[in-house]
Design a binder for this molecule. Structure first.
Ligand code: DGL
Length: 247
């Protein structure tokens, strides 16, 4: 099985890491729109237009399905992308919400969603959780974490101060949805910040589980091949990939 993974930039590599670990895929074609990241600050029409343009890139490859690792793309562009492709395009929001249920979070347990401004504004996570009966949901935009992770800041005083700023009025939730590709890289710092250790919902693990349920996948002996492409500075992205995929 050859799959595509699309993200606005480098962050989707956190999802790639889980996909490689699962050993289900022969080849992953990764495309990061590094020339136009971030998507999370853009409006709906721009996000859809950029996402449809990314589909043209994947036309060069014979892929069986495309995963939009980017939560922002998953929130706005899935329907249009599915209409314009002849393979399934799967986002990370539905699988993330299903993972909340799988972790036995109770309907009145507190759930905190952290994501980009656009993802929070779309209400996609909030609506899907409410449809399942969850009623104690808070969503906050934590966009500053994105450039920090891009800078390789995964812990330390700048991150501590930013968490303090965003979470000053928030008590430890039962579940914390990492609703942005970059946030798994600061998951240790987030867990440490919330003293009682919330259950973390990670897009990569959630999508692997979703694919296991919905597709007949077989584990491979051989390692998954990864090919990385970008709309700008592909060598920089490949360098980040080497670093991020190694821990
Ligand atoms: N990939 C984006 C997401 O998961 C974060 C970076 C961006 O804003 O483009 O929402």
């Amino acid at each position: 099985m050859r799959i595509g993974v699309f993200d606005s930039g480098a962050g989707g590599l956190s999802v790639v890491k889980s996909l490689i670990k699962s050993k289900y895929f022969d080849e992953i074609i990764y495309y990061g729109d590094t020339a136009r990241v971030p998507y999370g600050t853009k409006d709906k029409n721009t996000i859809i237009r950029y996402s449809l343009e990314a589909l043209e890139f994947f036309n060069n490859f014979d892929i069986d399905l495309l995963i939009t690792a980017c939560n922002t793309v998953s929130a706005y562009a899935l329907e249009d992308m599915n209409q314009q492709s002849n393979y399934p395009v799967i986002g990370v929001i539905k699988s993330g919400v299903m993972a909340v249920e799988r972790h036995n979070i109770k309907k009145d347990d507190s759930i905190l969603i952290i994501a980009t401004r656009a993802t929070v504004a779309s209400n996609k996570y909030q609506d899907a959780l409410r449809d399942l009966g969850y009623n104690n949901i808070t969503a906050i935009q934590t966009g500053l974490f994105v450039p920090m992770v891009e800078e390789g800041i995964f812990s330390g005083e700048i991150l501590d101060a930013t968490m303090q700023y965003y979470f000053r009025d928030i008590s430890t939730p039962s579940a914390l949805i990492l609703g942005c590709t970059h946030f798994p890289l600061i998951s240790n710092s987030l867990s440490n910040y919330f003293k009682n250790f919330p259950t973390l919902i990670h897009s990569g693990e959630a999508i692997v589980n979703y694919l296991e349920i919905n597709y007949s996948l077989e584990e491979k002996q051989d390692e998954t091949k990864l090919k990385i492409f970008a709309s700008d500075n592909v060598s920089g992205l490949r360098r980040i990939a080497k670093k991020w995929l190694s821990f």
